[in-house]
Design a protein around this ligand. Structure first.
Ligand SMILES: *[C@@H]1O[C@H](CO)[C@@H](O)[C@H](O)[C@H]1NC(C)=O
Length: 336
């Protein structure tokens, strides 16, 4: 009898989805993608936004140190709590970078707002500091933990309810205003670099899990929404963005991807496209369990110490002044 119970427990344990174990990480990317996606589509209800104060009592280090595709047990998404999820691929153009940058067919992308939007005033002027779009991207690798990145225009959002109004970058300007400053202060308990996220882990393995001998990654990435995607949305509020995302079919080009070489060579070059490989769905699992690790920019600085003078380090009264990036690209104003 006891033996039977133990046996049943073992089976249950083996079947329970667990996106943190070594057994999970060692699998092929296609298998990991399928397992994540099965969870994503199990329940397509959205979660609720939590009270924003909850963030302040949470420890920040798991956000940086937890290596898994699932949140640590008992942890809640205090920001970016509600969103939509898709499968996607990165189709590279000729570029000098390694790993992800040479092609990735197993991506998970999540679209979310940093906080609960207030749609009471539909005019686009009311979107600023209210409607704050962000994307998170997960690059699945055979036999290795995934690499993850977040990109936003900024933590104060834009003067538009169009989710795709402006470009998404993994470097963001300093936060303005008390509310987001408090969040940056909180995040700075984990790392002193709160405005930049790292790309190094994207360069170290190909999607087949082959280690790269000389990893090469850019300073910054920019995701530029395709016009036909942007045109699906309006700058005044008409409908929640998650409902519009549901209408985008699998196989749609979403973003052109641009690299910035270094803080002193800021001419953006196109390195590829992001295309969906599924529908874009709301998801209870996506909102409550799916985890995108923040990769600390400190690791990028270990490879590129010459970038450090341009890096803003956060302290309690805001970011310590960094050297301004030098705009040497004649067309760089195209992207501002
Ligand atoms: C789906 O998740 C919601 C929470 O958002 C829950 O209320 C509902 O019962 C779930 N449905 C199923 C079928 O599990």
């Amino acid at each position: 009898m006891i033996k039977q119970i133990i046996f049943i427990c073992l089976i249950t344990f083996a079947l329970a989805s667990d996106f943190t174990s070594q057994q999970y990480q060692s699998q092929k990317r296609s298998s990991k993608l399928n397992q994540i996606w099965n969870e994503v589509i199990k329940n397509t209800s959205s979660a609720q936004f939590p009270s924003p104060l909850g963030l302040l009592v949470e420890s920040m280090s798991p956000t940086l140190e937890h290596v898994a595709d699932q949140l640590p047990e008992g942890r809640k998404k205090m920001v970016h709590s509600v969103g939509s999820v898709t499968k996607a691929e990165f189709i590279p153009e000729k570029n000098q970078y390694t790993g992800f940058f040479q092609g990735a067919d197993s991506l998970i992308i999540r679209f979310s707002l940093a906080k609960e939007p207030d749609y009471t005033h539909p005019g686009s002027a009311y979107a600023h500091d209210n409607f704050v779009p962000a994307i998170a991207l997960k690059f699945l690798i055979d036999g290795k933990p995934s690499a993850n990145i977040f990109a936003m225009h900024g933590v104060n959002g834009v003067y538009s309810y169009n989710f795709f109004d402006l470009d998404f970058n993994n470097h963001i300007p300093p936060p303005e205003g008390l509310q987001v400053t408090v969040v940056a202060d909180k995040f700075s308990q984990g790392t002193k670099i709160v405005q930049f996220l790292g790309l190094r882990t994207f360069s170290e393995y190909t999607q087949d899990g082959k280690p790269v001998s000389n990893p090469n990654f850019p300073y910054m990435l920019t995701f530029k929404p395709y016009k036909q995607i942007k045109d699906l949305f309006t700058s005044d509020y008409t409908q929640d963005y998650k409902e519009i995302l549901k209408k985008i079919p699998s196989g749609t080009l979403l973003f052109e991807v641009f690299e910035t070489l270094s803080p002193t060579q800021t001419c953006k070059q196109k390195i590829g496209d992001i295309r969906t490989t599924s529908e874009i769905t709301t998801s209870y699992f996506g909102d409550t369990e799916l985890f995108f690790q923040h990769q600390d920019f400190t690791h990028d600085l270990e490879v590129h110490p010459e970038w450090e003078p341009y890096t803003p380090f956060w302290n309690i009264i805001g970011s310590k002044s960094a050297k301004q990036k030098e705009a040497k690209c004649p067309f760089s104003n195209l992207f501002i």
